[in-house]
Ligand binder design. Structure first.
Ligand SMILES: C[S@@+](CC[C@H](N)C(=O)[O-])C[C@H]1O[C@@H](n2cnc3c(N)ncnc32)[C@H](O)[C@@H]1O
Length: 312
């Protein structure tokens, strides 16, 4: 992969470095290494740090390896899903991590590569697998053509916050009996029939994001990944997460809050019996947001929310 061909601007890079404090430790994980933008900043911030980069997308792994080649053995990039971080990082477990970053969602490169099927441009195949063709999961077309109407309805309602989710799933079920959905145009046409109007770019973005979340089981992977990565952190190790969807942010917020609670007794107990110690504490009670300057330079940063947690 030619490094030039992989274009992705790292989001909230300054804020990430502030929370992660790479100069403080030696072992860092970038669990969504993408094109290696954040990874490069982390390695530059501490000349004695080693960074393990992970991505489920082999194209991203190739791009990150190329970009980080100058750091030699200090950058170790591998293919994998962060929900399997415990097994993937087995050899590093004794060392423990000083910090880990999750920059969720898709890269600009994935969106801009038509064959990957993430965009709603005309003619785009309904693919959307982050693991490319090697993931082994169903494509967006497989999902839309085989899932029950009920499952589709849940995807549009829960992930897409679509009020007309029933109509949309019914319309897809009706159309696929005549001809399977294959391209972005087929999905857009079904949704606009259900809504009785053409879709705005915003509608399309929400709809496609909902399908993408389902295809890649993104929320399940996030829950598993947070848990697996937190266990790999040393005391005082930091976990920093950028999310781009309210459901992702809610999972991060609730998980960090839960891990920061002193007492885990059920609320109905009159006194604390667990003598619990919090696993750590939050570095951010409210999410940090990108500056206006960053959003105008990089509109894809618009929905970013950054949260951090430190292990006690
Ligand atoms: C927003 S991009 C990261 C960009 C990166 N921070 C940079 O500066 O270039 C998100 C990346 O996370 C990867 N990804 C998403 N979910 C993943 C998962 N569960 N496991 C591993 N990689 C994942 C995607 O393939 C994508 O390359």
């Amino acid at each position: 992969m030619n490094g030039q061909a992989f274009s992705h601007q790292p989001v909230m890079a300054e804020e990430v470095l502030k929370l992660l404090e790479p100069e403080r430790g030696h072992w860092f994980l970038d669990a969504t290494v993408g094109g290696g933008g954040h990874a490069q900043r982390i390695l530059e911030a501490n000349p004695s740090a080693t960074l393990i980069g992970l991505d489920q997308d082999t194209e991203a792994v190739a791009a990150a390896r190329e970009r980080l080649a100058g750091f030699g053995d200090r950058a170790r990039v591998m293919t994998g899903n962060f929900r399997d971080a415990a097994e993937l990082l087995e050899e590093y477990i004794d060392v423990g991590l000083d910090g880990a970053l999750l920059d969720l969602g898709v890269s600009s490169h994935q969106i801009d590569t038509m064959a990957r099927g993430f965009s709603f441009r005309r003619g785009t195949p309904l693919n959307m697998r982050m693991g490319g063709t090697t993931g082994g999961w169903r494509t967006a077309a497989d999902l839309l053509n085989t899932a029950s109407e009920e499952e589709l309805g849940k995807i549009f309602r829960d992930y897409g916050e679509e009020r007309k989710w029933r109509g949309m799933s019914r319309e897809i079920a009706r159309r696929r009996q005549q001809k399977p959905l294959r391209t972005a145009d087929d999905l857009v046409a079904a949704a606009s029939t259900a809504l009785w109007r053409p879709l705005s770019p915003r509608d399309k973005a929400r709809l496609f994001q909902a399908v993408r979340i389902a295809v890649n089981e993104e929320l399940e992977a996030l829950r598993d990944g947070l848990d697996a990565i937190a266990r790999l952190l040393k005391t005082e190790g930091r976990l920093v997460v950028i999310s781009y969807h309210s459901l992702e942010d809610r999972i991060v917020k609730e998980t960090f809050r839960e891990w920061s609670r002193e007492c885990v007794c059920p609320p109905e107990l009159p006194i604390c019996t667990c003598r619990g110690h919090a696993l750590g504490h939050r570095l951010t009670k409210k999410p940090m947001r990108p500056t206006e300057t960053e959003v105008s330079a990089n509109p894809r940063a618009r929905s970013a929310r950054l949260r951090g947690w430190i292990r006690g």
